[in-house]
Design a protein around this ligand. Structure first.
Ligand code: 5AD
Ligand code: SF4
Length: 452
């Protein structure tokens, strides 16, 4: 028989493994790190696969595509594991479960799922696990009170880079986007809390951090005398911190102060993930993005003037309601003009409860598909062209990992986010290595060490 452990017993779950599968963005990755931290305070330890786990958690996303189908499919597939091991605890949380209707549907459809809860109730995970152990099922969604607590225990998963939340939620209500409904109003962490966390991470051995927010540029609007530029300045002073990344940037809030901070502080990386979404002013307006293609280009020019080596990446949606062929050509034109290092491209998919979902002129699927293909072809060419300018260039790679299966190669990124491969072995992981680019591969650069 299973022995029931008291809450926060360090030994009660010893030897019992948890396995977390995460869908979606970096915020979710960060939340999964917190879930892991909470489970480890209960005595669980990290497992490597679902089959041998005593507890399986799914952290779900609902931002795009057929997220729901995929998650329901994945959960359905756990039924057999539960039949083999009735003590197995299965939990589902995350943005998708923040939607009451979807959470209820999942809870009803899969009686073998023990715990279903929305992202904002993450701090209560240990209590939910306890209930599950005593045989009770939990369905907990609080759509009103979307708060996420800071400073919960967490287990970082990044080998060389640690995520640090700086603001939660989003107030922008882009008309296609579900995030404001599932992540709540924008809340900034106090700058001190961010700096203290950065210091702790450096003490643990991290030299690279990524500051996270749905819109990092609006950081501090809800605090006194705070802004993202000022925060960058503060974090950049943390001793031993070599690289500071951040995402995601919203063009409407990107200030000169931030550009100055990026250019001025040596450890702030020269990379901006700057979703453009569309190149058509009409569509940008319908998306409620609050900038024009002209303003977007102006920001790009400013960034490049301040930092000639800056690289830009982006998100683009095709087939937003009302998008005509002319609108789409404007998107292609802006992509051509900016020259992104890379782009995440998406077909618009209606999210229930958002304004765009009920707009009339929905674009037929074949048009979306062909526009996506044309956009991807253009971006592939632009990525290749962008890569070619690196041949002969030497930069510093922060080594993330090595692949020894084929030829022994290490990989990591330049400060500006370009991925670089070079011959090397695992003792280089975590180090900063100068590499000269010798040739270009499809999505990456290949080079050799410049220091030997
Ligand atoms: N349909 C397609 N793409 C979307 N994104 C957000 N919502 C939708 C949607 N309903 C994309 C945007 C955003 C990225 C995270 O996901 O491009 O920047
Ligand atoms: Fe969604 Fe727009 Fe907020 Fe980004 S800025 S999370 S796209 S509403």
């Amino acid at each position: 028989m299973e022995q029931k452990s008291p809450f926060r017993d360090e030994t009660g779950h010893a030897g019992r493994a948890y396995y977390i599968e995460t869908f979606g963005c970096q915020m979710n990755v960060r939340d999964s790190e917190t879930a892991a931290g909470l489970l480890e305070t209960l005595g669980f330890s990290r497992g490597t696969d679902k089959e041998s786990a005593s507890l399986i958690l799914f952290n779900t996303c609902c931002v795009r595509d057929h997220a729901e189908k995929r998650v329901f499919g994945n959960i359905g597939a756990l039924k057999e594991l539960k039949e083999e091991n009735p003590n197995l605890i299965i939990g589902v949380f995350g943005c998708m479960m923040q939607q009451q209707e979807v959470a209820e549907k999942l809870y009803k459809r899969f009686p073998f799922v023990d715990i279903v809860f929305g992202t904002n109730l993450l701090s209560r995970l240990p209590a939910f696990v306890e209930s599950a152990e005593s045989g009770a099922r939990t369905l907990a969604v609080d759509e009103q009170n979307i708060q996420i607590e800071d400073d919960l225990p967490s287990i970082r998963t990044g080998k060389i880079n640690a995520f640090v939340n700086i603001n939660y939620g989003c107030d922008n209500y882009c008309t296609y986007c579900i995030v404001p409904y599932v992540r709540g109003r924008e809340r900034s962490r106090e700058a001190n809390a961010v700096v203290e966390e950065a210091k702790r991470l450096v003490a643990e051995g991290y030299t690279e951090l990524t500051l996270l927010g749905q819109n990092v540029n609006s950081y501090g609007k809800d605090l006194a005398d705070a802004s993202f530029g000022k925060l960058l300045a503060e974090v950049s002073k943390v001793d031993g911190l070599k690289r500071i990344r951040f995402m995601t940037s919203h063009p409407k809030d990107l200030t000169d102060e931030m550009i100055d901070a990026m250019a001025r502080y040596e450890n702030v990386c020269h990379h901006v993930h700057l979703p453009m979404q569309s190149g058509s002013n009409e569509i940008l307006k319908r998306m409620n993005r609050k900038y024009t293609r002209e303003r977007y280009l102006e920001i790009v020019q400013k960034l490049r003037a301040a930092m000639p080596d800056v690289e830009l990446t982006t998100d683009i949606i095709v087939g937003f309601p009302g998008e005509t062929e002319e609108d789409f050509l404007e998107t292609l034109d802006l992509v051509e003009k900016v020259g992104f290092a890379s782009a995440f491209t998406f077909k618009y998919s209606p999210r229930k409860g958002t304004r765009a979902a009920t707009m009339e002129e929905q674009v037929p699927e074949p048009d979306k598909r062909s526009r996506l293909q044309r956009l991807n072809e253009l971006q592939e060419r632009k990525s290749r062209e962008n890569n070619e300018k690196y041949v002969g260039v030497t930069g510093i790679v922060h080594v993330e990992d090595c692949d020894e299966k084929h030829e022994p190669v290490c990989y990591g990124k330049f400060s500006n986010f370009k991925m670089v491969y070079f011959p090397g072995s695992p003792e280089l992981i975590g180090q900063y290595v100068p590499v000269t680019i010798t040739n270009v591969r499809k999505n990456s650069l290949y080079g050799k060490r410049a220091d030997e």
